[in-house]
Design a protein around this ligand. Structure first.
Ligand code: ADP
Ligand code: ASP
Ligand code: MG
Length: 409
């Protein structure tokens, strides 16, 4: 039997009891004959608490704490969990060794807070595995080639899971979390959401990027590239969950597989910028250089040869975006910027959309019936998204979910 990589998210290692429960899953896989590598997140809400702590120390000052130091701080969360789960396994009489990202040579680029994995020293993991040990690795963290600690973006333990799964050519990556798998919508918002037994990488990537935060988008992208199968399942049960796999013929028949909601969006409006060739190009290339992803771009040309340009970014990127926008406005010698956080985005996703018509009309109809005003529409080959008021978000998701009959029979 081959290698299995298991990842336990924050809620699944939040208490000593849950750490022991996670250890039981590890032992079961080992007893079944697998070589087991375990990736863990920080306990409970540790990462959020560390961020709050840093904010308190930084005080009300302009700007934000140095990113290198933030990563140094946040990486400590996962370092606590690796030791504790190793202790739990040792307490149950198993041979185990824990590693930080740096200790397994998980080298990333220098992009603190959003670093990308470049390589992993798989020998460092394989040696103890081949000696029969269980190997525990801290999720979410790596080091630069200069030895500085980096983190892989929120939800980055998923990226660690998939990267290790890829380099070790694991049979499967098991993502243990606090729900039974991937549902047709967030089961916390849509009570009749249905568990999806199998979903394609592309659909999962779209769902993650529009709000299904159960998996990090980047991790799914990486899994697709290296064909790493992911099994999303509940850490508290033994039930099978959702397999994320390459698209199959059968999947094409499902027009809409799921829907999702994103509430962590800020809309930025740059007022009265010059309506001239090159302005938008300069603006968005500066934003791109700051490593910020933008969406939902709208430009309204005004009679005075200026334009208002709006776009959305994730809340987490606003602090990095502001100085870029300020510099651009200064260079253009015009306007100001408005930041609006009262909006949300509801999306439907499905590979069958490629061959199907009427999906958009059905979605717009469902929103109209609930008197939800659509502020902008964006699409991909397999996704339709509508920007709406945040106050309408939950009812919009439920309405769309019902319109496509995604609920339990
Ligand atoms: P972990 O701590 O294990 O990484 P997360 O909190 O990051 O877990 O992700 C699990 C949560 O994702 C679930 O509790 C659920 O509320 C949310 N979620 C959002 N959309 C979906 C979906 N389509 N299917 C399953 N869970 C979803
Ligand atoms: N602890 C990190 C976070 O909260 C990474 C993870 O849980 O995947 O984002
Ligand atoms: Mg997570």
């Amino acid at each position: 039997m081959g290698i299995i990589v298991q990842k336990f998210g924050g809620t699944s290692v939040a208490t000593p009891e849950k750490i022991h429960k996670a250890a039981e899953k590890v032992v079961a896989a080992k007893k079944a004959g697998h070589q087991v590598v375990v990736v863990v997140s920080a306990m409970g809400h540790t990462t959020d608490e560390l961020i709050d702590l840093a904010k308190k120390v930084w005080g009300g000052r302009d700007g934000q704490p140095p990113k290198r130091e933030m990563d140094q701080l946040l990486a400590t969360g996962e370092q606590v969990t690796i030791a504790l789960i190793a202790i739990a396994l040792a307490a149950q009489g198993h041979e185990v060794i824990s590693f930080t990202g740096g200790q397994i040579g998980l080298i990333t680029d220098e992009n603190f807070s959003k670093a990308r994995v470049k390589q992993i020293d798989h020998k460092r993991i394989l040696d103890p595995l081949n000696k029969g040990k269980i190997v525990i690795v801290a999720g979410f963290q790596g080091i630069t080639s200069d030895g500085d600690v980096t983190t892989l973006g929120r939800g980055g333990s998923n990226a660690t899971l998939v990267a290790i799964g890829a380099v070790l050519k694991a049979d499967v990556c098991e993502n243990f979390t606090d729900v039974n798998g991937i549902y047709t919508a967030d089961p916390r918002i849509v009570p009749d959401a249905r568990l999806i037994p199998e979903i394609s990488y592309d659909e999962m990537m779209e769902l993650s990027s529009v709000g299904a935060s159960v998996l990090q988008t980047r991790a799914v992208e990486f899994a697709k590239k290296y064909n790493v199968p992911i099994h999303v399942r509940n850490s508290q049960t033994d039930q099978p969950g959702t397999m994320i796999v390459a698209e199959t013929k059968a999947m094409e028949h499902i027009v809409v597989s799921g829907c999702a909601l994103k509430k962590d969006l800020t809309r930025v409006t740059l007022k009265q910028v010059p309506d001239q060739p090159g302005v938008v190009a300069t603006l968005f290339s500066a934003i791109g250089q700051a490593n910020i992803v933008v969406d939902d771009i709208i430009q309204n040309v005004l009679p005075d040869k200026t334009a208002n340009i709006s776009f959305t970014v994730e809340h987490g990127d606003v602090a990095d975006l502001k100085p870029v926008v300020d510099a651009q406005l200064k260079a253009m010698g015009s306007g100001g910027a408005i930041y609006d956080t009262d909006l949300a985005k509801v999306s439907v996703v499905g590979v069958g959309m490629k061959q199907s018509t009427g999906v958009a009309a059905k979605m717009f109809g469902a929103l109209a019936q609930e008197k939800v005003n659509i502020q902008n529409i964006s699409t991909s080959e397999i996704r339709i998204s509508c920007l709406i008021a945040k106050a309408d978000a939950d009812k919009a998701l439920r309405a769309v979910h019902a319109a496509f009959n995604l609920g339990k029979a």
